[in-house]
Design a protein around this ligand. Structure first.
Ligand SMILES: [Zn+2]
Ligand SMILES: [Zn+2]
Length: 352
């Protein structure tokens, strides 16, 4: 199966909420670093009239919804492919999800797990209402959430703001564990979010934008795979992106550890083929193939447990059992291995 690969950045903020750049400025920065698409999601407002192609970058608009009256303001939901604002439902997370779905949209639980960030003077804002249903997936890796969790004191904060690669390790183990747990019973698509605001923080005598849109557009990216090619028409190209996100045909990349364009995770039975996000029926066996454009520590996990690993660019594994199979690739940077690529699963179903 030949797929187009498009690279973009989702979950970020503009001047319509608490970001520091306009949609037009953001898409210009995205284009300058070669992103194919960018999807701002302002807090509790659906900004209309901005979507379209700006040079080589497609701008789509989503919404991040949460109850601003609640203390702390937990339960943030990222809504996509909607035409009407859903902020009026914010008091009830299930009502938000239902309202998004009723419009034909879909969405993700944002930063499901967070640690409080005393230095950034911001409370932890996890998802707490896990009884909800009807969401498409969750934000496995929120770049700003992870970064803030690494700021135990001012000295480290100053260091890490200038060398974020020392801090970033990967999704929180708690979020990975929750995802694997949810995957036991249903499809759950994972995405990453940069959560870019580009606010300026003052650290003693220093002041620094943490982080610039440019930095985050090179660090926290979502690669989508689609058999369809962009044709320059907004509605068609929007469906290319949103179709892939709904199906989980996408993978998460921490771009500062290396270019991951071309990373693939495939499965083959005697009668069918699958890529990440797909389901495939178990015949006598399923052959998995992982190929990476860079050397990495590649791990194949079944139901959350590593079943095969290699250091290199290729991994092959023959499975004889149904389960949820996904791939992680880690690379070394600043004295330790850090998360580089996280794919969505291939769901191997029992033959009936
Ligand atoms: Zn949020
Ligand atoms: Zn946000």
């Amino acid at each position: 199966m030949n797929c187009n690969e498009y690279v973009g950045n989702v979950h970020l903020h503009t001047t319509f909420s608490d970001g520091t750049a306009t949609h037009e400025e953001i898409v210009r920065i995205a284009q300058s670093v070669g992103l194919d698409f960018v999807i701002p999601t302002d807090h509790n407002v659906l900004v209309k009239g901005k979507e379209g192609w700006y040079g080589n970058t497609l701008l789509l608009v989503g919404e991040e919804v949460h109850d601003t009256q609640r203390v702390p303001e937990v339960n943030h939901y990222l809504a996509f492919d909607i035409t009407e604002d859903v902020a009026s439902y914010a008091k009830d997370p299930q009502a938000v999800i239902d309202a998004v779905n009723a419009q034909g949209g879909f969405g993700f639980i944002a930063h499901p797990f967070e640690r409080s960030a005393p230095l950034a003077n911001e409370a932890a804002l996890p998802w707490v209402d896990w009884s909800v249903t009807g969401y498409t997936g969750l934000e496995l890796w929120n770049y700003m959430s992870e970064f803030k969790a690494h700021l135990p004191n001012m000295l480290q904060a100053i260091l890490l703001v200038y060398f974020p690669q020392i801090a970033m390790c990967g999704p929180f183990p708690e979020t990975l564990a929750r995802w694997d747990e949810l995957l036991r019973t249903k499809r759950v698509v994972a995405i990453c979010g940069s959560d870019a605001h580009a606010k300026t923080y003052r650290l003693g005598p220093l002041s620094r934008k943490v982080f610039s849109y440019r930095h985050l557009f090179q660090a926290s990216n979502l690669h989508i795979l689609s058999e369809e090619t962009f044709n320059g028409e907004l509605e068609h190209d929007k469906e290319v992106i949103y179709g892939a996100l709904r199906r989980g045909r996408c993978f998460i990349v921490y771009g500062l550890l290396g270019n991951a364009r071309g990373f693939r995770f495939k499965a083959r039975s005697s009668v069918a083929e699958a890529i990440m996000g797909d389901a495939i029926t178990l015949q006598s066996q399923i052959v998995f193939e992982v190929s990476s454009p860079q050397r990495a520590h590649i791990r194949l996990l079944k139901n959350g447990t590593v079943v095969a690993r290699t250091r290199g660019k290729e991994l092959r594994y023959t499975a004889r059992e149904p389960g949820v199979y996904r791939v992680e690739a880690h690379r070394r940077c600043f004295f330790r291995e850090r998360g580089w690529v996280f794919t969505n699963p291939i769901y191997v179903k029992q033959r009936v």
